[in-house]
Write a protein that binds this ligand. Structure first.
Ligand code: ASP
Length: 342
């Protein structure tokens, strides 16, 4: 029987309330969760640990590092890992771990639920059972199992706080689906890559969402402070306002001060296409980086990881950001760019 470590880090799945509709808080212990799902023991030899139990809205970079260390220290002892996590920041945490534990070669399956385990109509039980079963497989993915689907963690975004299908992976096919059986896709990463852990995350990353009337001038003091990376959530394929806006000046000022600027899009599906419109092409000419078809969650955590590992001014940070490290972006987007500009 395979050995699976369940790491309880908090979230709705284990939360309890003292009266029927009272506010939820973390379960008293991971044992109290597992005793409600005794059938887990027939799937794998389960052990548990709980380095912290938080509402994932409180997730900090220290929490992420502690989680990565917990998994690293247990790498030899277990065949797979299940992380019970709050849904709110699950996509950020799973993205971060996919970079920090690059080449880990064993399944790390995040799961959680929309309704607590203690409530009727809960989705906790099946999410947890399926996640544990998938953690006994040979896939080398840091993934999220939720609502009968398995997603690559760094391709995933939370789309609902109501539906049982809380997540989506808009630019990448699901890695698996659960019906009568568990079907895993051939697209899952397998073991074989060199294990290359790195735990430093640098938080000097700012996300700037573009919208009509954005008060660009207020951002100049920030843009001129050295040591930062900015991720623009631009429109459509990466377009920004050029007429009557000083946004381009802001971007040039930020880069002139030695900062990095990367372009992402507000569209969930598709990706950044900097050749398509003048108001995007100009960003490419200026040397901004492209997030291609990465989620915002993956872009932010990848930038923190690269800054923490190589530093802001290193050529590796610049060249690796738009390249595929852990399955987080599609290289063929480049071909799409080329196709368009032909
Ligand atoms: N606020 C909760 C959390 O992220 C929501 C959930 O788990 O669904 O911890």
């Amino acid at each position: 029987m395979r050995r699976v470590l369940i790491i309880y880090s908090g979230g709705t799945l284990g939360m309890v309330s003292s009266w029927a509709s009272g506010p939820l808080s973390a379960a008293p212990s991971v044992a109290s969760i597992l005793e409600k799902v005794p059938e887990l023991q027939s799937i794998a030899r389960i052990e548990t640990v709980s380095p912290y139990a938080i509402d994932s809205a409180d997730l900090s970079l220290d929490h992420i590092r502690v989680l990565a260390e917990t998994i690293l220290l247990s790498r030899e002892k277990y065949d797979g890992f299940v992380v019970i996590h709050g849904t709110d920041s699950m996509a950020y945490c799973a993205s971060a771990l996919s970079f920090m534990l690059l080449g880990f070669a064993k399944p790390i399956i995040f799961t959680g639920s929309q309704r607590p385990l203690q409530r009727i109509r809960t989705d906790a039980r099946r999410n947890l059972i399926n996640a544990v079963e998938i953690a006994t497989s040979d896939i080398a993915e840091t993934a999220i199992f939720f609502g009968d689907r398995l997603y690559r963690g760094n391709r995933t975004t939370k789309i609902s706080n109501w539906k049982y299908d809380a997540f989506d992976s808009p630019n990448f096919p699901t890695l698996g689906q659960v019906g009568l059986d568990i079907e895993l896709s051939d697209g899952c990463r397998g073991p074989g890559e060199a294990f290359d852990p790195s735990f430093a995350l640098d938080p000097s990353v700012f996300v700037l969402k573009i919208y009509p009337g954005i008060p660009v001038d207020s951002y100049f003091p920030l843009a001129l402070t050295k040591g930062k990376a900015f991720i623009l959530e631009a429109y459509g394929g990466g377009t920004i306002p050029l007429q009557g806006s000083s946004l381009l000046k802001l971007i040039e000022a930020a880069m002139g001060a030695g900062n990095l600027v990367a372009v992402n899009t507000q569209c969930h599906h598709g990706g950044v296409l900097l050749d398509m419109y003048e108001s995007a092409r100009i960003l490419k000419e200026n040397g901004t980086l492209s997030c291609k078809d990465m989620t915002i969650e993956a872009s932010v955590m990848k930038m923190m990881y690269l800054l923490g590992r190589y530093g802001l001014n290193s050529p590796q940070t610049v060249s690796l950001f738009s390249r595929d490290l852990a399955g987080e972006l599609s290289e063929e987007r480049t071909n799409l760019h080329q196709k368009w500009s032909e």
